[in-house]
Design a binder for this molecule. Structure first.
Ligand code: PLP
Length: 435
């Protein structure tokens, strides 16, 4: 048999020879070899182990290799590995029921997709047909996925080279630390951001707008916690102008914020909810749209013109059922909430106290960002070269970080323990101190 180091070398060499990577110039890439994992840790063939404070793509909410979910996938594989979406299948029905159970009252149907981007695509399609209108309003600081409409709904610069879908208009959401509205308090930021959104709606023509699409807590763009009153205010504007409100819970949902859905903390009920990542921790690709009764009724007697070969794939469905059950049985959402308030929040506050490179700490549950700055007064972001060093120094200390722009996102699995948080805090401390 091949030695462990030979397996690591082969995995690396095959990757570099034949695997084309996302969002990257290919030549300089040096991907980590990962062979296995358990809970909040992953390792290579030779046994070098990393503490995962990225949850990979912010999706392994129940950690790696949860035995109940692995077993459910195996059992489903033995029974029926695939079946067309037009059939009725027990695993699919049970997954849809479990998902509507965690959604607000009045959400009783689920359209399953392969992931988050196509969930957003189909939510937009539903909103357009439900309203008979075309435009979609979303924020500049957002990420909604990498397919046609989803990438154009995306507000951050990944949008630029992809602008070919129609009817997308962007606005600024609240972000007090780098306010667009000269605000000094969260209340001011919310009020002025809502005024700006109202003006965008009026200037675009309310009768042309099908949907307002926002991440409940914008994630990849920096864990931007919405100030009190903002999301209810967006809901009120949507109601006033007959616009469908889509909350994108792909990253924030299923435990990440210490709630089943992030929207649970914000006194807001949308018309459509998109989900993916945490719904089954990515054990099998899956996502979908949770549909409120009025939008669902639009398609009672009218054809919904959308579908996917793997919509409601049995392996994905079995993994969703088992994931939601395990999260319930093991109090995983509650753990995310308490570990956030009792361990991550004070740990990050201590780092901010000690290291002037930390400009702001924000977040909740297991969803946090450390914004790193070259100067606390001017809030000038830490330059890309220094961020690259931060990232490589964290990996050198066996922590898998999630970095984006000038930020470290502290996003471990929901099952993370106090000891693992302490271990990560000391690694962050060490690296921030070395700058
Ligand atoms: N929406 C949000 C809020 C996301 O964070 C992401 C991915 O990070 C997506 C949509 C796209 O999901 P996927 O990569 O599964 O297509």
């Amino acid at each position: 048999t091949e030695s462990a180091s030979a397996l690591d070398a082969r995995a690396y060499d095959l990757d570099r020879a034949h695997v084309f990577h996302s969002w990257s110039a290919q030549a300089a890439l040096k991907p980590l070899v990962i062979a296995g994992g358990k809970g909040s840790r992953v390792w290579d063939h030779s046994g070098r182990t990393y503490l995962d404070f990225s949850s990979q793509m912010v999706n392994t909410n129940i950690g790696h290799q949860h035995p109940k979910v692995v077993e459910a996938i195996k059992r489903q594989a033995d029974t029926l590995t695939t079946i067309a979406p037009a059939t009725a299948n027990l695993a699919r029905g049970e997954a849809a029921e479990r998902i509507t159970d965690v959604a607000p009252v009045g959400f009783n149907k689920v359209f399953f997709t392969n992931a988050g981007a196509d969930a957003v695509e189909n939510a937009i399609r539903m909103a357009r047909l439900h309203t008979g209108r075309d435009k979609v309003l979303s924020t500049y600081r957002s990420y909604h996925g990498n397919t046609g409409a989803a990438i154009v709904a995306t507000g951050d610069p990944r949008r630029f080279s992809n602008e070919y879908a129609r009817g997308h208009v962007h606005f600024f959401g609240p972000y007090l630390y780098r306010t667009e509205f000269w605000a000094t308090t969260p209340e001011q930021e919310a009020e002025r951001a809502l005024h700006h959104l109202r003006r965008v709606i009026e200037a675009e023509g309310p009768d042309s707008i099908a949907a307002i699409l926002v991440e409940t807590v914008p994630g990849t763009v920096g864990v931007l916690m919405p100030p009190p009153g903002y999301l209810p205010g967006v809901r009120a504007l949507a109601d006033e102008f007959g616009i469908v409100l889509i909350l994108d819970e792909v990253m924030a949902g299923f435990g990440r914020t210490g709630e089943w859905l992030a929207l649970d903390a914000y006194d807001v009920v949308p018309d459509l909810i998109t989900f993916a990542k945490g719904s089954n921790s990515g054990y099998v690709p899956a996502g979908g749209v949770i549909i409120s009764d009025p939008v669902a009724a639009t398609f009672d007697d009218r054809v919904f013109p959308g579908g996917l070969t793997y919509s409601g794939h049995p392996l994905a469905m079995a993994s969703i059922v088992a994931t939601i059950e395990a999260m319930n049985e093991e109090g995983i959402v509650d753990n995310a909430a308490t570990i956030g308030s009792d361990h991550i929040a004070p740990g990050l506050a201590a780092l901010a106290e000690k290291h002037s490179v930390v400009g702001e700490v924000r977040g909740t549950g297991v969803f946090w960002a450390l914004e790193l700055v070259a100067d606390r007064e001017t809030r000038e972001p830490l330059p890309a070269e220094t961020m690259a060093k931060v990232k490589s120094e964290l990996v050198a200390r066996n922590l898998i970080p999630f970095t984006a722009g000038n930020r470290i996102h502290v996003v471990p699995p929901c099952i993370i323990t106090p000891d693992e948080v302490a271990e990560a805090m000391s690694i962050y401390d060490d690296v921030l101190g070395s700058l």
